[in-house]
Design a protein around this ligand. Structure first.
Ligand code: UD1
Length: 365
């Protein structure tokens, strides 16, 4: 029996571990699974609702770390997670994605000679100003098994000198969760609750430091939102970090007054995905939404200068638009005239990624 710790800390992690926990449960005689929640995200709407929506078992261990600067948050997670490893003595840990919890727990495990499995390995934006890029590079360099969601990951890791024996192309685990929950997503009443009509609105999310931490960037985006809202309703579930920043820079009130902009609290998984699925397009700086919109065949305008998920642009429905007002408005016009690309589903984004991962975990020495 292998003892395996699954680490989750922030919202996108919960969506990824849901499928993995479900699959691992089928092999209770092979794995003693311990779920550790670092508490990086802690609000009900950023954390617990995902456990409820996705039937994730309650964490076995909750580290209750909370927010802080990158160094403080990472250090606190490391200190607490070291105690967990020393006490539980796992054979391996599995980390997902690229958040601070991913990095912190990998560092601890590596120093205590515990095997690390990284799900969603090999993605690179080549932009080291993104905290996630640092987290990806360090986590991958420490990992013993690197499980890749799109083929470019294989290339990136090869270039960095990672031995191919450690690397497996397993597909996209976030899409397992999406496909497994499609029936419930379809049944969501969020459109009725928000008084929205299918394809008569776009959905926006925004939380990256590069977009929300300066007044200039936020003001620029606000101006673009005003232009878009003259053409189509905008539904905007607002991340706590962004809300804080909008309030600090005096833009929140202006947003409240903007006609056709509907700001709502962060939503649970099921309602949020339903909103994406029925929207005319998504406007986002998230990593996961680029992937989810590709599978839902909804056009996505990504307000970043790059993406670590290039398959969503090459095969999917994603466009990288940065903060350029003219670029964004050109795409919006195209989408409203139904001239945007239709997209196809990337390889191994088929709902079977967790199965492939668990097979690899079973075979791992
Ligand atoms: C984190 C991840 C990011 C991921 C995002 C998803 C890192 C470096 N970033 O960004 O990759 O895309 O999660 O949401 O790990 N806050 C609350 N309640 C919460 C959580 C956060 O109010 O439950 C506020 C706090 O003021 C906090 C801020 O949001 O300081 C930022 O939270 P943090 O976890 O540091 O990063 P995110 O921006 O959420």
């Amino acid at each position: 029996m292998k003892r395996i710790i699954i680490v989750a800390g922030a919202r996108p992690n919960f969506v990824k571990i849901a499928a993995l926990m479900f699959e691992l449960k089928k092999y209770e005689t092979s794995f003693d699974t311990i779920l550790v929640h670092t508490g990086q995200h802690y609000d009900y709407k950023m954390s617990e609702v995902f456990f409820q929506n996705l039937n994730i078992p309650a964490p076995d261990i909750f580290l209750n770390i909370g927010s802080g600067s990158h160094a403080v948050q990472t250090a606190k997670i490391m200190t607490a997670f070291e105690k967990v490893i020393l006490k539980t003595k796992p054979d391996m840990i599995t980390v997902v994605g690229d958040v601070n919890s991913t990095l912190a727990c990998s560092l601890v495990a590596a120093k205590l000679h515990v095997k690390i499995v990284h799900v969603e390995a090999g993605l690179r934006s080549f932009d080291r100003t993104m905290p996630e890029e640092i987290n990806r590079i360090v986590t991958d360099s420490l990992s013993d098994l690197l499980l890749v969601s799109e083929r470019i990951g294989l290339k990136n890791l090869e270039r960095e000198g990672v031995h191919s024996d450690k690397v497996h192309f397993v597909g996209n685990i976030m899409i397992d969760t999406l496909l497994a929950n499609m029936k419930t997503i379809n049944a969501s009443k969020i459109l009725e609750n928000l008084n929205l009509k299918k394809k008569k609105y776009c959905i926006m999310t925004l939380h990256r430091p590069s977009n929300v931490d300066s007044k200039e960037a936020l003001s620029e985006i606000f101006e673009t939102m005003e232009l878009i809202s003259q053409q189509i309703n905008i539904v905007y579930p607002i991340h706590p970090r962004t809300k804080k920043m909008l309030e600090m820079h005096g833009i929140f009130k202006k947003c409240e007054q903007m006609e056709n902009l509907f700001m709502v609290d962060p939503l649970g998984y099921i309602d949020f995905i339903k909103l994406v699925k029925e929207s005319m397009f998504a406007l986002t700086d998230s990593g996961g939404i680029q992937e989810e919109s590709t599978v839902l065949k909804v056009p996505c305008l990504t307000m970043r200068e790059n993406t670590e998920r290039p398959i969503t642009v090459q095969k999917g429905t994603n466009y990288i638009v940065g903060r350029s007002k003219s670029k964004i408005m050109r795409h919006v016009a195209d989408i409203l005239c139904k001239r945007s690309k239709k997209g196809t589903i990337p390889a191994k984004w088929d709902g079977k990624t967790a199965k492939r991962i668990v097979k690899i975990l079973k075979e791992a020495g």
